[in-house]
Design a protein around this ligand. Structure first.
Ligand code: FES
Length: 104
């Protein structure tokens, strides 16, 4: 099911927002190059919201201890996190972000 999130312009490049769908917190990130990615909002190292972290071209970095996650795969790229986090498909239609939920 495609869930409507918000207009693309509502998320500045290099930032992320947190949305909650069916009680599941998801970070919607806009990379510095303008791509839109969706990743589980909870860092796999602790109870920290990844949407409060730092978004780069392809990664999001947890502000607490610096673990970086690939926004496309959810794989951790640096310690202290070593478990991946879920990622979700998104698409943009008429300037609006949609998220596929639940994931296929
Ligand atoms: S809680 Fe995210 S790196 Fe430690």
């Amino acid at each position: 099911m495609a869930v409507k999130i918000c207009p693309v312009e509502d998320i500045k490049p290099g930032r992320a927002i947190k949305v909650t769908i069916d009680g599941h917190a998801i970070a919607i990130a806009r990379t510095k190059t303008g791509d839109v990615k969706a990743i589980d909002d909870k860092c796999s190292h602790g109870e920290i919201s990844l949407s409060e972290g730092f978004v780069d071209d392809t990664t999001i970095e947890c502000w607490a201890h610096g673990a970086k996650f690939d926004l496309s795969s959810g794989q951790p790229l640096s310690l202290p996190a070593y478990e991946p986090v879920a990622v979700f498909d998104t698409f943009i239609e008429d300037g609006v972000i949609f998220l596929e939920y639940p994931p296929a």
